[in-house]
Structures are given as structure tokens and as C-alpha cells.
Design a protein around this ligand. Sequence first.
Ligand code: ZN
Length: 475
Amino acid sequence: MLHDGYEAIIGLECHAQLRTASKMFCACPVVNDAPPNSAVCPTCLAHPGTLPVLNDQAVKLGLRAALATGCTLHDTSVFARKHYFYPDLPKGYQISQFDRPLATGGAIHALGQRFGITRIHLEEDAGKMTHAEGGSTVDWNRAGVPLIEIVSEADMRSAEQAEAYLRTLHRVLVESGICTGDMEKGHFRCDANVSVHRPGEPWGTKVEVKNVNSFRFVAKAIRFEIERQVAVLHAGGTVDQETRTWAGKGTVTLRKKEGSADYRYFPDPDLGPLVLEAGEIEGQRATLPGLPMDRFLAQEDERRVTDWVENYGLSTYDVTVILGNPEAAAIFMDAVAAGGAPKAMANWVTSEVLRREDPGQISGAGLSAVQALVDAGTINRDGAKRVIEVIAAEGGDPAEIVSRLGLGQVSDERKLAEAVASVLAAHPAELAKYRAGNKGLFGFFMGKLMAATGRKAEPGLAQRLLRGALDGTPG
Ligand SMILES: [Zn+2]
């Protein structure tokens, strides 16, 4: 795919938090919402005399990730200290893996293509800085939390491919029980390396876009970056090597690169090499499907298409749309499990759920409850859309939202008849035309009637009363 004569080259680096109870090298619990600096100890704060003790569960999950993505596991890998100075790093170095990573050479298949994985290595997370007016604070609860970093080959050529790779990788990690995948909490984060060049010429200068926390924003950020770089080159400029970040409407410079950083990596003398035992590898392999997880999931999807078309009466198109977005698929399955009629649930998912940037708080159970209110005649479709909007923004119980916002539909025949009469009285010219034979004006009157009732009229009753009044037949 060319952009104004240029081809984009994209590589992705993802950090996934491993689902362990404790940190990578100490017994501190892994916490999300604990008070700042409450889950720390002398080891993760690097007090003198402390020694790291490797968390077995983190190693197991790391090697599970390698197997799930078809990587080659290395019997021996080496933890290395990566030195840099920043307040989020109490030790002054991060324990990572450098020239001898846990695994190399896997792949993720998406959009019918193969996207290579260069390496997967284990490392610990850094703390979290919060910058505010008046100063910055640091929370070391996250310092030492176990991560894997998954580095892709620069195989992606478009934002769509990058998004598909990420969604698939995310799904592989979540469905294999390796990572919760919660992007809002930063359990799955992604940096994108983007450059552009003319085909046949050497690759361009690469720009790193840091820490984008949603699939759609990654795609937007990459699309923006490709256009920005092409525009710079078209104008005769050069692309600077820099780190940028997504800022809502575009990417902005975070820092310019001054040469390549020297992290002075060396093997961590306190840890020694990580040697995997055959039994451990086989143990993990035995609890995974017989083929890489992405292909296994693709086969599952094929089965689901057949199943949902045959048993739920959905169209192949709807199923493909739902399965194309794992979040939507999960919401749909939850909705059906909660008792929602599959066809109605699919309609909500493909319309109201998928058109949102972030489905946020919409749950399958919520959708099923909204539809139950429609079926019971409590709200009409417009009311249901309003309820879903509120749930997406702030959560809550559908029935409670209906009564709080007064969304219950008007099915009181007398009230509706009054509304019909006033609509007709307000449009004498149209009424005359209708009665002279222009029956197409029915829609016009229906629109006015719905507007007059705040879109809350029960549609069936409203139509019957309106037709009766227009045609002069008894309602
Ligand atoms: Zn600790």
C-alpha cells in the first residue's frame, strides 16, 4: 500500500504484564489501585544487601507466551541490567534480557498474512511518575512487576495491519491466560516504530510513537505519523529521529534522540543464567492447543461463523464484523449467555457497541437487560439507544436509568391521541395534501409525532392512532 508514492514500514514493541500474584524478584503483591508506595520492600527498592529471587510463575507465563506465538525457546537465557537514571527506577537499572532473550522467531497471523516476532524477553516494570503543576510524584508499586516484551519484525505496511497484529497478539495472550489484557490499567501497552521510504530505496528514519493505550489510537497514531512523515519529505525536509506520543488529534514530540542511548547492559551477577527445564516447557505445552494460539483462534472463529449462522440465524457478514473485534465478540457472547436473543444482541453489538471509540462499560448482561425493557414495552428503540449511551459513559442499571431519565415510552392511548390531534392541527397544509391523496406524507406526520413525544411514543400504537386520525377511520 502506497501513500503518495511512499511505503510505510512499521514494527511494534508490546509490553504485557504477566498474571502473577507477586512481583518478578520479590514477594511484594502485584496491585492496581493500592495507595502509592504501599506495595514495596527493600528488594524492589534496591536497598543495599538485598538479593532478587526469580518468580517461577513469571517464567512459566513467559515461556507460555513464547509457545503460544510459535517462538523458539532458548534453554538458557540471561538477565541483564539496563542502566539509566530516572526517578521511576529505584535501582538505577532495570532487570531485562538483552543479547540472550527467552525466545526468538515467532509469528502472529492476521488478515491472512504472517507478521514475524523477533523476540520475547522477560523484564521488570518501572514505577509510575505523575507530573502535575507544582511537582511530580513517583509510585513504585509497579516497580518490579513482571512483564514480557514482544518485539515484532518490521513487517507491517499499514495502520490496519498494525492494528490487526495487535488485536491478535492481545487475544492470544489473554486467551492463553498470560495477561489480563486490560489496556486502561496499562497491562498491555504498545510502542510503534514508523518510517516511510520510496519502494526500492533504503528505509527512512524511524520515529517511535510511545505508549498508546488503545487499538484504535495506535491505528490513528500510525496513520497520522505516516502522513506527517510523507508531508515532511514532500516539502523537501528530513524526518528527525525522535520519540513521539499520541495527543488526541496527532502525534507530538516527546524527545529528540541524541545518538543511541548507552544502557551499559551487563549480565546481572545476582541472578545467573535462566535455565529452562524440559519438564517445565512440556508442562506448559500440554495445556496449550497443538498449534500456535493465533491459528487455533482462527479455526475457532471459523467454527463460530458456522455455528452462529446456523444456530443463531445471523448473517455471515454480521458474524465476521463481530468476530473482527474481540471486545465486541466477548460482549455478544456474554449478552447471549445472559439470555439475550442472538439476533437482537447482534444488532445492538454491530450498531451501538461497535460505533463507539471505546465500548467502555457496555456489558453483555447490560445489552440483554436493555432489550428486555424493549420487549416488555417499557422503552422503544430510541429510548434503548439513550440507555446504552448512558451505560457506555457511566455504567449503571438499565431500569434505573430509564426511570431516572424518564425514558419510559408513552403507551397511554389518550395522551398519544392528544399528541396526534395537535400535530395534525399544526400542519393544515400537509393534512390537506395527505387527504387529497399524497399518502407519502404519512412519514412526515410520524416524524412530527415522535418529535412531539420526545421520541418516546410506542411506535405501533402511534402509527395506528395517526393513521386513524389521518384517514378518518376509528383508532
Ligand atoms: Zn518488593
